[in-house]
Design a protein around this ligand. Structure first.
Ligand SMILES: Nc1ncnc2c1ncn2[C@@H]1O[C@H](COP(=O)(O)OP(=O)(O)O)[C@@H](O)[C@H]1O
Ligand SMILES: [Mg+2]
Length: 341
């Protein structure tokens, strides 16, 4: 297979237990130095994809070349060349931050003479220098994640994989974490592959994203390309009278309307300038005897993009996952621990 980027996936498939098609023919190419987002709801297949790309899980079908290495042919070499921050916390809570880094340095074969300076540099960079000799179980969620980021790059990988790295962090912790990742990328020219189910995060941070749903990529592009594909604003109209076939005709015939789709008991009307359409829409519905219960205007967002490409709301039926719960339990336990000390 011809590799033309630091991460190239070709028709990757993972079937668990002979029946769950968790990843179902995924292909993409990440360019050098790019921050590439893999965006999808819980269970979409993000972690499974990351595990195949990082040599931790054998693909059922398809191939991938990561940092110049075929993941099937040499998964161990892939692991040596890349950095990985797992979805779950991996730092040892009963060691200090520095000890965690020492351990990682030894595992990755960082030369002894540079270990000390590398670790000091990373601790300072991640602003955990003051806490370096404290046990990790006393760290906040944000500090722990920054330590795990430092662990992930201790061997100066050219490609960094982050699997939902900000899951469970508060908005401040999330913003902080991304600041460090963006700096690292700038300093080192690293390629970053990140999965997230936070749409706003993907929108502001990623150069390019793929949206994955039920194991399949449904759209790929820069955040603005994807939003442009929506063709402008979306005006959502809710009716108080029963929806009838004339509703779509009336809405579709309004000036500047690009399309009308029915979604549950509302209609989504696409138009370049929503605020200009609303007064005309209200008047026309009134004349046609269509009773309105509500109108809302949305600027294009990745939420809308997701709905457009999958026909589902991103947040629909999304409860807390096992990981969310584990993170939450960890936070509560930490809070108890603090209260007792
Ligand atoms: N080890 C496993 N055995 C069986 N099914 C799995 C396993 N890991 C994940 N799955 C299933 O594969 C699908 C994708 O999971 P995952 O890759 O973890 O999604 P995401 O990271 O996007 O939340 C889900 O339906 C999940 O239940
Ligand atoms: Mg996951």
């Amino acid at each position: 297979m011809q590799a033309t980027g630091p991460v190239v996936a070709h028709d990757l498939v993972k079937v668990y237990g002979g029946k769950v098609r968790a990843v179902d023919g995924v292909s993409f190419t990440v360019a050098p130095g790019e921050m590439f987002g893999f965006l999808g709801p819980n269970g979409a297949g993000k972690t499974t994809t990351v595990q195949m790309l990082t040599g931790n899980l054998k693909p059922t079908e398809g191939s991938a070349v990561v940092a110049g290495i075929d993941v099937r042919a040499d998964p161990h070499e892939v692991k040596r060349r890349i950095g990985l921050v797992f979805q779950e916390s991996t730092a040892d809570p009963d060691l200090t931050g520095r000890e965690n880094l020492d351990l990682a340095a030894a595992l990755f074969g960082v030369p002894l003479r540079t270990t000390r300076s590398t670790i000091d540099g990373l601790l300072e960079k991640m602003q955990i220098g003051d806490a370096a000799d404290r046990l990790v179980k006393t760290y906040s969620g944000g500090m722990r994640r920054r330590l795990e980021l430092a662990v992930g790059i201790i061997h100066s990988p050219s490609v960094l994989f982050l699997d939902e790295p900000t899951l469970g962090l508060d908005p401040q912790g999330r913003a902080g974490f991304w600041k460090y990742v963006l700096e690292l990328r700038k300093d080192r020219g690293m390629t970053v592959f990140v999965t997230t189910h936070y749409l706003d995060e993907a929108d502001t941070i990623c150069d390019r994203i793929s949206i994955i749903d039920h194991g399949k990529i449904v759209a790929t592009g820069t955040p603005s390309e994807l939003k442009d594909r929506l063709g402008g604003d979306v005006v959502t109209v809710r009716l108080s009278s029963a929806p009838g076939p004339q509703v779509e005709t009336v809405l579709g015939g309004l000036p500047g309307v690009l399309g009308v789709t029915k979604f549950e008991d509302s209609y989504r009307v696409k138009t370049p300038r929503g605020e200009e359409l609303i007064p005309v829409l209200v008047e026309s519905c009134d004349k046609a005897g269509i009773r309105l219960a509500g109108i809302s205007l949305k600027r294009p967002s990745l939420d809308e993009v997701f709905l457009e490409f999958t026909g589902r709301e991103f947040r629909e039926d999304e409860g807390m996952t096992a990981t969310d719960r584990a993170v939450r339990i960890g936070q509560v336990q930490q809070a108890f621990g603090r209260a007792r000390r």
